[in-house]
Design a protein around this ligand. Structure first.
Ligand code: KG4
Ligand code: ZN
Length: 342
């Protein structure tokens, strides 16, 4: 069964055709980094206009890549899955209207997808991992940890109470003049820095032990660096990046370890742009080598960042169970499902 997935929730316009929920037949993505670079972040109104410009062209290119004749698309695609929440409303609307148009034209079912559930699912596309597993989504907009019971059920145990992890990476990168997006630059720079250069605070709440907070860390790094700095070590950009990253990733690793201990589940799956981070990945691999984690699903970078393949993959899970969406389905900027299940 082949599903076309459409992802337009933020600044990535990505379309993919996925077979049986796992095999990526083709994917075309337009990333709007250039358009938003000068602003140091995503400008919502601009994002939707850029989606309008590219989505049709990407669809055409995707058909070429997957050797589907436009006239045969009806025979080659079994359903259209599209992100409907959470995200920038204007961007989501572009994707959903395109999806509705295609579903009508090709006489195929439409499946509205929750972007966060798709991130939780994405690791299963590269690695065989059975439910339940510990799921982590860390991106520019979201930081969540939970127990993933099934493709459509996640018991969220913790989330950020202020900034997302990727957001902190962006702010620190701006302070260090590293440009946008900041995550990959900090990751690279930190590799030649010293994690002990500073001892930045790692947030812990004794009541909500799985929650995250990156605002304090960001402020410590940008405004109160001297207070946490190890005076024997020079204050270079590399050292700042390494010490910040150590604190940011330690917060994540702590939560994962705690949740594995509490639940006895030794299967871990990560997703979201920050899951590309080499320091996080190396530490998780080390936990696997030590036997603490038995199964580790760390998808390739293209599946960590926002992408159409994870939307198609999750769409397949719904479609095989006969679950589709009404044509009057609308977009939602937020989803509160995780707040209700803590
Ligand atoms: O999932 P994503 O592509 O989009 C959102 O939904 O936000 O995540 C983008 C975020 C950005 O903040 C980017 O700087 C961060 O992921 N990122 C990284 C790395 N690669 C991307 N952060 C840390 N290390 C990386 N290697
Ligand atoms: Zn995302």
């Amino acid at each position: 069964m082949r599903v076309l997935g459409i992802e337009c929730s933020c600044d990535e316009c990505s379309l993919a055709i996925v077979e049986d929920g796992k095999i990526i037949r083709g994917m075309k993505t337009y990333s709007q980094l250039e358009e938003h670079r000068d602003f140091g972040g995503v400008v919502p109104e601009l994002a939707s206009r850029v989606h309008v410009k590219h989505i049709g062209v990407l669809y055409k290119h995707l058909l070429v890549e997957t050797h589907i004749d436009a006239d045969q698309a009806e025979r080659s695609i079994d359903g259209i899955a599209c992100t409907v929440c959470p995200g920038l409303k204007g961007s989501l609307i572009v994707g959903l209207q395109f999806a509705k148009g295609l579903a009508l034209a090709l006489h195929k079912p439409l499946i509205g997808i929750d972007h966060i559930l798709a991130h939780f699912y994405s690791g299963t596309m590269d690695t065989d991992i059975s439910y339940p597993y510990i799921g982590l989504v860390v991106s520019g907009g979201h930081t969540l940890i939970g127990v993933v019971e099934d493709y459509d059920t996640v018991h969220i145990k913790g989330y950020t109470i202020d900034d997302a992890c990727g957001e902190a990476y962006e702010k620190v990168a701006r302070e260090l003049d590293l440009g946008y997006p900041g995550g990959p630059s900090i990751d690279t720079l930190a590799q030649s820095g010293d994690i002990h250069a500073a001892c930045f605070p790692v947030y812990r709440d004794t009541k909500h032990i799985y929650n995250f907070s990156y605002s304090g860390l960001k402020t410590a790094v940008i405004h109160h660096r001297a207070k946490f700095w190890n005076t024997h070590i020079p204050e270079t950009k590399e050292n700042i990046a390494a010490a910040f990253q150590h604190a940011a990733i330690t917060m994540i690793l702590d939560r994962i370890t705690l949740l594995m201990q509490e639940t006895g589940i030794a299967r871990v799956c990560v997703g979201g742009g920050v899951a590309c981070n080499s320091y996080l990945r190396n530490n998780l691999e080390q936990l696997k080598r030590a036997g603490t984690i038995h199964t580790l699903a760390m998808p390739r970078s293209a599946l960590c960042v926002d992408n159409g393949a994870m939307i198609a993959g999750l769409g397949y899970e719904y479609l095989t169970r006969g679950i589709t969406s009404d044509f009057n389905i609308d977009v939602r900027s937020r989803n509160y499902f995780y707040r209700n299940t803590t």
